[in-house]
Design a protein around this ligand. Structure first.
Ligand SMILES: Nc1nc2c(ncn2[C@@H]2O[C@H](COP(=O)(O)OP(=O)(O)OP(=O)(O)O)[C@@H](O)[C@H]2O)c(=O)[nH]1
Ligand SMILES: C=C(OP(=O)(O)O)C(=O)O
Length: 262
């Protein structure tokens, strides 16, 4: 299996994360799914906080945070045994980081820029040419810092003989990852309400009850997503960028623990 990731220009990335920064300080963490109640952290779960210094750091360089989550996502792929990785990006910092992580980088051409599905299709086409022996491609979001290799392996096993398959995000509306035969040529349907779009296109939803794999479902777009990821435990690169984030119940390192995905 080969994995394909796409990362947009870092200067344009994570606008929702930056715009939700501060919500946690004023109101308790804003969330977009999972353990929520009325859009807020459930009453029986203590509010998490980002420190003012940490919020300032994220605001000042969201790109460093994107790169950290990207590195943790690739580390998890590697630990799950997926060594062949294609990254499509127009950004030089992402390119350099991807190369350090032994990924094959595709420079995003101007006519693809701004079109995530075209970027994924370009990555899959490159993977077909570069590694023709692979039978499956895993199109995966690059912002899954809590993802665990064991979950990825379970997902790959669950997809056997199921055709094109997906796992939704924790809100159930987006798509964390899509598994396809290498021979699939049509554009994927990532973007707003992509879970419904993929379902309508005949993609099999793995674990439709959403009972499994919260770590893989937690893509980080908002502060609420970030808190959810930290509670699950994130990889070492994300931990390092967020080293002074305080999460109730966390250990002395200050964030949730993740034993084997970094
Ligand atoms: N290469 C490439 N990657 C993209 C493109 N659009 C989105 N992505 C990536 O796809 C993932 C989801 O993208 P978005 O949700 O649109 O953007 P985001 O930066 O995560 O968050 P927002 O700015 O809040 O929308 C992120 O990893 C992006 O970097 C694109 O046009 N080209
Ligand atoms: C692009 C997607 O994700 P998000 O915008 O939530 O990062 C998606 O779920 O299809």
């Amino acid at each position: 299996m080969v994995a394909v990731l796409a990362v947009k220009r870092l200067g344009d990335a994570k606008s929702r994360l930056v715009s939700t920064m501060g919500d946690d300080a004023a109101h308790g963490a804003e969330t977009s799914g999972g353990d929520t109640s009325g859009g807020k952290i459930a009453a029986d779960s203590a509010p998490a906080t980002l420190s003012p210094a940490q919020r300032e750091r994220l605001r000042a360089d969201p790109g460093a945070f994107v790169l950290a989550m990207f590195a943790d996502t690739i580390a998890t792929l590697h630990e799950a045994g997926i060594r062949d990785v294609v990254v499509v990006t127009p950004d030089h910092r992402v390119r350099e980081r991807a190369q350090q992580l032994a990924a094959h980088v595709v420079d995003e051409p101007g006519d693809v820029a701004g079109d995530l599905n075209a970027a994924y299709a370009l990555g899959a086409a490159t993977a077909r040419t570069r590694w023709p022996a692979h039978r499956q491609v895993l199109i995966v979001q690059a912002d899954l810092p809590a993802a665990q290799p064991t979950s990825l392996r379970e997902i790959v096993d669950a997809a056997v003989e199921r055709g094109e398959s997906m796992v939704t995000d924790r809100a159930g509306t987006g798509t964390s990852l899509l598994l396809r035969p290498m021979t699939a040529h049509e554009l994927p349907r990532f973007g707003p309400d992509s879970a419904a779009a993929h379902r309508a296109a005949g993609v099999v939803e793995l674990d439709p009850e959403h009972l499994l794999w919260p770590d893989v479902r937690t893509d980080v777009d908002t502060v609420g997503d970030l808190i959810a990821a930290l509670r699950l435990g994130v990889g070492e690169h994300t931990r390092s960028v967020l080293k002074d984030v305080r999460i109730p119940g966390a250990t002395a390192s200050g964030v949730g623990e993740q034993s084997d995905a970094s």
